[in-house]
Structures are given as C-alpha cells and as structure tokens.
Write a protein that binds this ligand. Structure first.
Ligand code: ARG
Length: 399
C-alpha cells in the first residue's frame, strides 16, 4: 500500500513541485489548502493539485475560525513579537497543523508534509503543533532535503512534469498573507539598510499617497471582542477585520519594518502590513486602560504581551501555558466593553477617545474643577508614608 501524506498546499510553484516530488517517491499525496484570508481565489487549487499528481485536494474556508480562535486571543494578549510583529504568519501555522492532523487521521495517513525551509520559523511551528496533537504522525519537509540547488533547477523539474510556471516576471519577494497581516521578505529587503521599495508593500497605500483628510473610526468591543465599526455591528469577526484592513490600508496604517530574531538563530529583515491588527491593538490597549484596575493592568502589561508573543512565535501554541494566559486575558476582558475612537492619518493611528459602561475613570476624582471630591489631606499622609523608605535612605547616604 502506498504511503499516504497530507500536504499543506498553497497552489504555488514550490508546493506543486512537492506534490510531484513526493509522488515520484511513492507517496500518495492529498493536498490541503485553507483560506485564512490570503485574498486569493482558491477555486483553481484542486485542478492544480491533481495536475501535479495529487489523488485528492481539500480546500476549506477557515477565516472565521482563524479570527475567533487565533487572532482574537492574540489581540486580547496584545501580543507583539519583539514589541512589533503582530504574528500574522506565525498564527496561521497551528491552525493549519490542526487541520492536517484531522485529515491525516480521517484518511489514515501516516505522514503530513509542509513546504517550509530549514532556515525558518514555520517548520518549527508546523511540526511542534502536529506532534502536540498527534505524536505518531511523521512530518516530511521536502524543501529541507531535496536535490534542487537553484530556482532554475526547480523550474526545469516543474516544466518536465507540466507544472505551470507563471510566465510573468516573478517578484523577488516571499510573501505570506492572511487576515491578520502580510509578511514580506527576500529580494531587496535582505539589505537591512535599504528602505523597502514601494512595490514590496502588498495592501497599504504609502503614507505619502494617503488621503490628505484624516478619517475617524470607532471600534466597539464587547468583553474584549471587537463587534462594531462606526456603529455597525459585525457578527463575523473575520469580516470586521477585513473591513478594518481596508480602512487602515487606505491611510497607510500598519506598516512595520524590522530586523527580528528567528528561532534558528538568524536575524532576518522582514516587513509587515497589518492595518486591522494595528488599529485593534491600539484600540484594545486603550479600552483596557480604562476598565482594568492598576494592579491587574500593570501585571498584564509586564507579563502577558511578551510571553504570549514568544510562545506564538516559537511554535508553542498547543501548550498549557498558552491556555493559562488565555484564561488571564479572558478574565480581564470581562470588563472590556465599550468604544474607542481613533484617528487615521497618513500612516498614523491615534486614539482620540474612549468610553465604557465599566469605566474606572471617575471625573470627581480626576478633576481640578470645583467638582473635585478627592481628599487632598489624604494625599499629604499618603505621600509621607510612600516616601518613608527614601527618607530613611537619604539619612544613611548623607552620613
Ligand atoms: N518572519 C515571520 C515569522 O516567522 C513571517 C514569515 C513568513 N514568511 C514570509 N514569506 N514572509 O512569523
């Protein structure tokens, strides 16, 4: 009996070559393709897969699941890798791995395969996720070990097996796109000193070409979940994110240019476009500042965003740690109902207003007007007690 493998298939040249390469080595290949909001028509995928040699081609729309089960928890954690990257590509891997395992079990396949290289993070994310869900499944990654030494050799191989190679002059970039953002690397971006050429950006208008008029957007949250844009309710979180991507992109919002530490020890220069995510992060952080008490808010900011980002980046989605952090962020999101108003203008996004039925902001305490109810004598005593350690230290130092 042929060895059966479920391959994560994008429909591109690389994964099409993998289909053929595995078939040539006696595997029976079933391809798996998910719509996670990459903005591509997937109707031709099954034909492409079969043409390359697949016996079966599965295509699924996972946008809603991706938004609910992956983007939302990451938003609630305000997770940004190294303080900048909203983790779009990283987040899609455990979800795709889940489905690969599901279909491997359904079709009694002993193998799953992916098209990631041996230098990147994605191999780690795919494989750790698969093993966490089913330790008996073996993972194949042909790109890490096949014989092709250059792009030309791959193209030659593709032509030999009638795998269509796009005639159009190929862009030099490697691009990963989903609902939560676009990741772009390679080509001219490999020089970290060089400003990204305009054609590297896939979805955002450059701030210079963005409208001269600013635009306001109001995001409504219910228990930490974005549910409204400018008063309009969205049942679908994926649709809300897509809409916000469009609004932000128009104003050049959400461009990120960074050098990041990959898991395998390499520093790499990558640029990202994540207009929707960046707007939601700004909005949610601000709402939390209104509805979370000081002790909890400080603990959260100090401990959660960085830890959560690291575990997503490092392929540790299926860990009790991630679930425990979700429990934390879900707890503080219980009060995070309300609205945040933001202003978008030529690449910038600025929170300009916030309100909540659970607001902890008390005007009578904050005001400097005659409405003031704060006991200033309490302030005097508080300051004495709070400052006591410094008084004692000051005495010792002056000796
Ligand atoms: N560096 C990012 C990460 O590891 C994105 C990698 C996605 N790939 C790409 N072709 N840009 O999550």
């Amino acid at each position: 009996m042929a060895k059966r493998v479920i391959l994560a298939y994008s429909g591109g040249l690389d994964t099409s070559i993998i289909v053929r390469w595995l078939t040539e080595r006696g595997y029976e290949v079933i391809t798996y393709t998910a719509d996670v909001g990459q903005g591509e028509e997937l109707t031709e995928i099954p034909d492409k897969a079969r043409n390359a040699g697949a016996v079966e081609a599965i295509v699924e729309d996972l946008r809603e699941e991706f938004a609910e089960r992956y983007c939302l928890p990451t938003l609630k954690a305000l997770a940004l890798y190294e303080g900048k990257y909203p983790l779009s590509a990283a987040l899609s891997r455990p979800l795709i791995a889940e489905r690969l395992v599901y279909y491997a079990e359904k079709f009694k396949a002993d193998y799953v395969a992916h098209g990631s290289t041996g230098k990147g993070n994605d191999q780690v994310r795919f494989e750790l996720s698969v093993w966490a869900l089913n330790p008996d499944i073996e993972v194949l990654a042909p790109v890490r070990e096949w014989e092709f030494k250059s792009r030309e050799e791959q193209v030659e191989y593709a032509k030999k097996f009638n795998i269509p190679v796009k005639a159009t002059k190929e862009k030099p970039y490697s691009i990963d796109r989903n609902l939560w953002g676009v990741s772009i690397e390679c080509g001219p971006l490999e020089d970290p000193w060089q400003e990204p050429p305009e054609d590297a950006y896939q979805i955002t208008t450059s701030p210079e070409k963005a409208p001269d008029e600013s635009e306001y957007v109001t995001v409504g949250f219910e228990k930490g979940r974005p549910v409204q844009l400018n008063g309009e309710t969205y049942k679908s979180l994926a649709q809300l994110i897509e809409k916000l991507n469009g609004i932000g992109a128009k104003h050049g919002v959400g461009r990120i240019d960074m050098v990041e530490n990959r898991l395998v020890g390499i520093k790499s220069r990558e640029i990202y476009e994540a207009p929707g995510a960046v707007i939601l992060y700004e909005a949610y952080r601000d709402l939390l500042s209104l509805t979370t008490d000081r002790f909890t808010f400080h603990y959260f900011l100090n401990h959660v965003p960085h830890e959560y980002a690291k575990l997503v980046y490092e392929g540790l989605w299926f860990t009790p740690l991630r679930e425990a952090l979700d429990a934390f962020t879900n707890k503080i999101s219980e009060l995070a109902t309300g609205e945040v108003r933001l202003k978008l203008y030529k690449g910038s996004v600025q929170v300009v207003g916030r309100r909540s039925p659970n607001s902890l902001y008390v005007e009578e305490l904050a005001t400097y007007s005659e409405k003031d109810q704060f006991d200033q004598i309490a302030g005097k005593h508080f300051t004495r007690v709070w400052g006591l350690p410094l008084k004692v230290l000051g005495r010792v130092r002056r000796k």
